[in-house]
Design a protein around this ligand. Sequence first.
Ligand SMILES: Cc1cc2nc3c(=O)[nH]c(=O)nc-3n(C[C@H](O)[C@H](O)[C@H](O)COP(=O)(O)O)c2cc1C
Ligand SMILES: O=C(O)C(=O)c1ccccc1
Length: 348
Amino acid sequence: MRKWLQDKEIRAIESLDPDVAHYFTRGCGDDLVATEAPEAWRARRWRPRVLRDVSRIDTGVRLWGDWRMPLGVAPTAFHRLLHDGGEVATATGAAAAGVPFVLSSRATRRIEDVAAAIGGPWWFQVYLMHERSVTKALVQRAERHGATALVLTGDTPYVGYRASATGPRPLPITDDDALINIAEHLALDAGADPWPLIDQDPALSLTDIDWLREISDLPILVKGVLHPADAVACVDHGADGIWVSNHGGRQFDRAIATADALPSIVDAVDDDIPVVVDGGVRDGLDALTALALGARMAFVGRPVLWGLRTAGAAGVQQVLEEFAADIRHWAGCAGAARTADLDRSYLV
Ligand SMILES: Cc1cc2nc3c(=O)[nH]c(=O)nc-3n(C[C@H](O)[C@H](O)[C@H](O)COP(=O)(O)O)c2cc1C
Ligand SMILES: O=C(O)C(=O)c1ccccc1
């Protein structure tokens, strides 16, 4: 089932400026982790069940929203580098497919416009910026416009080292796009550089979960967790969910694959704390493997970006529909009439 996606990826990459293609495709360092991620899901073997009436298959999941399948769209930055519609197009495709859309703090379309395009629940990804008042303003805008959860990204104290394709050239993104949600919250002199104020603050710590709790009533997931002790610490600090991720291999090039990290984190936290996961999920069976290992949902980053690049909102929806059909097919063949019932007994 992966060939259609690989073909789309190739078409998307071929149509892009090399630096832009590089930004979206690559991991960091020597790209070890980004390359390993899909293989780690595929390495798992199943014991499919038989004689279990799979004439009807329920793939629904409730998690700060009612979703059609246990798959969602991970937060990624700068969609207008891929398509004029930017995050509005991506969100429209995700909403049409009935899955959660997570809007990045580094979005290139206005929060209000994205929320209106979705017309239902969505989640907001939080980067803690040096200037906390900007983060606070974004969080409160997201909450006002229908976000139902916050995803605090913890794995990006410094942005991972990613050499560009053609040398040290900045991405061809304008400040109008990059600061579209941010500029109004900054009181800057003309010509002043905003980035020292709005880059991620490496002082980010557990107490920032408490801070988010003070400024917002929304549930908080912490994203980028790979160590079970961190999962426990986040929950002790009031996190409502854990998002196992290595940032698509973009942050720490010798990090554990998320497929390998997931079970120990599920085991470390109480059953009522939802754990979700991303990284290298490239077909329905990858997503179901994540569920069998204890995740409530799996998320995809790059696959939807190839859909966005090749056909805008319709392309995003089409990618997600392929995943939906694949999830349904493999759940049936695994003997799981309800994907929410998958557990480790299905795996070797
Ligand atoms: C181009 C790109 C930009 C990203 N931007 C963000 C971001 O703004 N915030 C964030 O929390 N994660 C970001 N991520 C990480 C994704 O949320 C996710 O963890 C990762 O892409 C999942 O792996 P996959 O692409 O293999 O599916 C980004 C990933 C990519 C590829
Ligand atoms: O590129 C990324 O992965 C990412 O998370 C990011 C970090 C800072 C600015 C824009 C995107």
